[in-house]
Design a binder for this molecule. Sequence first.
Ligand code: B12
Ligand code: SF4
Length: 485
Amino acid sequence: MKVLLVQPPNFHGDKDREAQRFPLGLAYVAAVLKEKGHEVEIFDAWVNHYSKEETLSKLKDIEYDIMGITAMSPHFKYMEWFIKEVKGMHPERKILIGGALAKYNYKQVLETMDVDFCVLGWGEYVMPKLLENLEDPSEVESMAYLKDGKVFVTKSISEIHKIDEVPFPAWDLFDVEKYIGATRLGIANSSRRMCVITTRGCPFNCHFCSKNFPVVNMRSVDNVIEEIKILKDKYKVEVIDFEDELVMMSRKRMLELCEKIKPLKIRWKCNGRVNHVDFEVLKAMKASGCYYVAYGIESGSQTILDSINKESTVELNERALRLTVKAGLIPGVLMMIGNPKETRETVRETINFCKRLHVQPVTQFFISTPLPGSEFYRMCVEDGRITDEVEYLRNLTGTYEILINLSDMSDDELLVVKREAEEEINKAYCAYRRTNPKLFLKEYTHKAKVLYHHAKGYGIKKAAKDVIKIIKKNPRLIFRAEYTE
Ligand code: B12
Ligand code: SF4
């Protein structure tokens, strides 16, 4: 069967806002389908920055039997437009959606769009079976579809799998160079990078989070290393981004990973959880090429950490950041604002936390937003703050705007407090950096390296234009800590 797998564009409409990451979910599905003998083609509107017009004109010429789309919840509005257009072109061809949008809002999707099937997770196992049972998918696990006008959901697939058996992502079907050299904020990376995921799932239950996999499944270290070797040898990748929520979850596995990744002379970064921080492990990570660990610190206030069910403490957060710096690693600090019980006072605690530890949030504070699949979303539906889920999804754009204000402040106050907090933290960080020449030099050398690389790739004229554009849009970027590399 001829399958077209689609990644929709960045729904923020701002092409530079997020890096174009390699869509691992789609690439795993593609690999399995290929293995089963299907003909697979990829259409990535995100990495190619296709406008709506370009999307339609390019799709017109592609032959396929079934289209599979990956989508996050905030893609809902775009999907309404997209499905209507695509079904209008080829009403006889089947369409299915996978990813968080399908998993958490299959009902709204099936009732408002002309979508044939929703895949509720584990696409690499579900989609091949679906292709064998398109006429009657009732025996295919983790599916939702309309039957006699009613939403029908099949039995859930097991959450436990031997994921070593899944083939590596089908890089060869993608224009891989576009991801390896992807830009962020319009500036090229200064090294060739690719993402890898070594585990699926997370055992914690933070109330704001909409995790795709509730149970932890780990790949063996040898399987991960084999993948990295291919990325290094075949695609000349220099930096690996581990996308796992919790690659550091098992001390033993992390030490094994460090030992086996070290001879590859790869640089790598990952996410950490403060509960799993161990100085010996951090040192082993540093020695094996790790340079950056991002932590979901979220807040400097215990009241807030408790209100979001973070299962961490201010002390643990502080300890993790200090140990990370002590091990010679850069700590990435992910922060939120606007959670339940948030007041000026709790934000003050967060400001003081950042100042005390001399850190800046990675980009800006994310605004706590009830995302489908999260406890906050469930609460808002239950207590009537979300009455019309379709309307809510149409307005959902991610975590940069207030959609439902969960805090104890008004919308205006929250936005003012957010801006003031970001400015105060930024100012304090810059002042600290001025007293620390080593840090200053390190960060600005890195900025210079990134610019050099961008100019080398795109020419000095374009590089200068890009930099001016970015600085005009966000002058604070000149002063920001350089965390992304
Ligand atoms: C990498 C990543 C990104 C990347 C890009 C992702 C991409 N398109 O490639 C970046 C950094 C840009 C990003 C941005 C955002 N992200 Co993000 N991201 C992730 C992350 C960490 C990893 C994704 C991944 O590769 N997973 C590994 C693969 C194997 O899993 P998967 O993608 O879920 O795919 C499997 C199934 O879902 C299913 N499947 C998925 N697609 C399809 C398609 C078909 C046809 C089929 C059959 C099956 C199928 O099968 C796959 C294999 O099992 C996830 C968290 C996570 N660990 O999954 C969050 C996550 C997907 N992101 C999330 C969010 C909220 C965002 C933002 C909205 C946040 C924001 N700041 O506003 C933005 C929006 C981006 C935009 N502007 O459009 C949420 C989504 C929740 C939701 N309800 O929508 C997640 C789940 C994080 C979380 N726990 O809350 N993200
Ligand atoms: S925020 Fe991180 S630790 Fe919390 S549930 Fe989500 S993935 Fe797990």
